[in-house]
Design a protein around this ligand. Structure first.
Ligand code: LMR
Length: 328
């Protein structure tokens, strides 16, 4: 398709542009699945690479592989444990086989906005989650924001019953499967790189994603419209392998951690702006956005929030209480 050809040509340019490591420099491969232009993860990963490549010249060199060119999210964590890639930033929904703690971030209507997410992640409970997979060989370094998810489908979605019977692509998360079951819809876990084609050919009817992903992957072009539900969160964990990280010289590790943290603070602070930019770009490109009345939105809350009960033991009642206290 034209979209694939475009994605491939953009990718080829990007891979070529970043392949500039010198002899003697430690190469750090950073693999991710989204586009680079306008995208919160694309921008942050490139800024991290640019800063490392300037400030650690001669010592370390980051190569960013965006657009699933190196790995899909269902392969990247295994590849990391094998030492084939050093850094990635999968969405929190993709750590399902490594930890159940991140399920709190997938529960519908858990966080009222990105400020609440930021505060929760910066709490002691949030920060401790970065180490929840150490036993399995993975270390979380930073949370990166993307934003709130919206539903899109091949027909207008205004009430929860409009989603009933439709097939929705979801990320591979038990919470998201339960969420779609609660709407009497049919959840279809699928890799990000396959979603556009699946929507276009009718393999699925709809999907849920953030403004940057729905715009960046052009999902809106093969959907009737996007409904502004803000029903869930899509955020990332920048992750590395414990073995690789612990094996670095302390000064190198500290410098990488400092640069990564500064990039995180800077880009997370810009998230509402980047989100609004993508929402507007979608409108400018002819995409349809449907806003809900407060009553309609409450119907979605009533339909989906019961899902919390099923996962309270996994995520901890105290963590749910903390998130709600922050929302208040
Ligand atoms: C998705 O699979 O929809 C997202 O996790 C993609 C991403 O990394 O934003």
């Amino acid at each position: 398709t034209a979209a694939t050809a475009l994605a491939l040509s953009v990718t080829a340019t990007t891979a070529f542009a970043s392949a500039g490591c010198d002899d003697g420099e430690m190469v750090i491969k950073f693999s991710h699945v989204t586009n680079t232009d306008k995208h919160p993860k694309g921008i942050a990963a490139q800024l991290f690479a640019d800063r490392v490549n300037a400030e650690m010249d001669g010592k370390a060199c980051v190569e960013v592989y965006p657009n699933s060119t190196l790995y899909n999210d269902d392969q990247v964590l295994e590849a990391m444990l094998q030492g084939d890639v050093q850094m990635a930033a999968p969405s929190l929904s993709k750590f399902e086989t490594f930890t159940k703690q991140f399920r709190i971030f997938d529960l519908p209507f858990m966080f009222k906005n990105m400020d609440a997410v930021e505060e929760f992640q910066n709490s002691d409970a949030g920060q401790a989650m970065k180490e929840s997979m150490v036993r399995r060989g993975l270390l979380g370094l930073e949370f990166w924001h993307n934003g709130m998810k919206q539903f899109s489908a091949n027909k207008p979605l205004l009430e929860p019953m409009d989603a009933a019977g439709l097939k929705f692509r979801v990320m591979p998360s038990d919470v998201l499967v339960a969420q779609m079951d609660a709407l009497d819809a049919s959840p279809q876990p699928m890799a990000f790189s396959e979603v556009y084609g699946a929507l276009q050919t009718g393999v699925v009817d709809g999907q849920e994603n953030t403004w940057s992903n729905t715009y960046g992957q052009k999902f809106f072009e093969v959907q009737d419209g996007v409904t502004e539900t803000n029903h869930g969160l899509l955020d990332y964990m920048v992750v590395t392998s414990v073995d690789w990280w612990e094996g670095l010289d302390a000064d190198i590790r500290d410098q990488l951690a400092t640069i990564l943290h500064e990039v995180t603070v800077e880009r997370n602070a810009a998230i509402n702006e980047v989100d609004a930019d993508n929402r507007q770009a979608l409108l400018d490109a002819g995409g349809v956005i449907r806003e809900l009345t407060p009553e309609q939105r409450q119907d979605w809350v009533d339909a989906m929030k019961p899902v919390w009960e099923k996962f309270t033991d996994d995520v901890g009642a105290d963590n749910i209480a903390l998130a709600q206290e922050i929302n208040a």
